[in-house]
Design a protein. Sequence first.
Length: 542
Amino acid sequence: MIKTIETTPYADQKPGTSGLRKRVTVYQQPNYVENYIQAIFDSLEGFEGQTLVIGGDGRYYNDVAIQKAIKIAAANGFGRVLVGQGGLLSTPAASHVIRHHKAFGGLVLSASHNPGGPDGDFGIKYNVSNGGPAPEKITDAVYERTKVITSYKIVEAGDVDLSRLGTQQVGGMTVEVIDPVADYAGLMETLFDFEAIRALFASGFRMKFDALHAITGPYATEILEGRLGAPKGTVVNGVPSPDFGGGHPDPNLVYCKDLYDELMSADGPDFGAASDGDGDRNLIIGKGRFVTPSDSLALLAANAHLAPGYKAGIMGIARSMPTSAAADRVAEKLGIEMHETPTGWKFFGNLLDAGRVTICGEESAGTGSNHVREKDGLWAVLLWLNILAVRKQSINDIVTEHWATYGRNYYTRHDYEEVDAGIAGQLMEDLRASLPSLPGKSFDEVRIVYADDFTYTDPVDGSVSGKQGVRIGFEDGSRIVVRLSGTGTVGATLRLYLESYEAVGGRHDLETQTALGSLIETAETLTHIKKRTGRSEPSVIT
Ligand code: VG1
Ligand code: CO
């Protein structure tokens, strides 16, 4: 029985960088989930009888939201829902399931690297038929719809048993509960040389993968320990928990400090890795060497041909604007296209669909390829393993050789979290207003050559996205970027990105914060972030 329920709009359902992320308590308001999902369906056309994929990272409220989503999908006329067992699907696996089963789209329920639990965050993101996050054209339409919505449709039915594999019926729609890992693991086997990686583990190579009590646990356990023969215990914190074991599922050096310390010790493992809440980010640490995400993108692009899935070479590389230019040097050497896009994976979709790029990455620990339309944490780990199995060198050697060939882009990001939104907004406005006066000025005897607010014109469909972050570039290739986060749920988060280039033959062994010391000071002079926020230090340095 389909029921139409009257509702009133919420004013705050504007999707950010990656879907609608809010506190769980916000989502628990009457009809909050229902309004948003109905607004998504109202903004789409032609899904009658089609397949919708639903899955999430298992965080608190996942189960409640999924039952609602299934019943609203049935009432709106979808023909079939594919849902991961237990409601689980990592973000890259959801992307693959959408593509593999030719679904119309999918709902990915996650707040990614944000903490979970009753006081944590929740999120809903809509992905389109290519498996990628909906483009701005759709997210803008959804937001407009949420502001005027007056009713939603839902079937009256009992809950679906998400623990049972196989098909069930909900109000005339088929719901198929699928193994969340199988399709994805199968895809990985087509891309990488599992035999070579098996031999690497058999030779005594030791690895530690920290799933941070989040979604990659089942995937990493099946693939690394199950199919690749890594010793039991290689995967730690491998059982997803609704509040991520009370932790912060963000794979950076702050929240993975223990893993980092282990890798820096002489008797630690050869390789350390971690992924975030929804499985699309990656942290890569070799013995004695942390690999920055920007460097990792460049290294993976330069070595991808060593894996079977990329043996014909890559078509091009894309990186988000704040990501360091290390990958640009690889593209130049390979003679392939290089693209600079705004922050957020949705901007890579068109380039990947058009076959113009094969590998994409962001400084925020996101790397991926044309195998899906999301960034993919475990994919990056497996590509690293494949490269290590072929090159038979340590990560440290591979990284330092790379710098010797291409030069080194020193890079860091300073986050100021939960800043007063008014102060942060005003700071950005004032900074923007100061931009025209900056070119030509010198700091530490280095001249500013450009200062702008990044505008992206999509080379495939011509769509234009403005105000994507302030960038100030210097004549020696160094760069300061400032933007406001679009994934936070409390106040505002200011992100300051700093980069400098040390050419081939230069000093490649400096500590990052030291190497960037004078640029960090210049950034404060130009932005007054510390002064205006009253913070003496960033909340997180990555
Ligand atoms: C952040 C990152 C961005 C990433 C986004 C989603 O966005 O900077 O690179 O694509 O999170 O990642 P923002 O707007 O807060 O800077 V995930 O793993 O949270 O889906
Ligand atoms: Co994520």
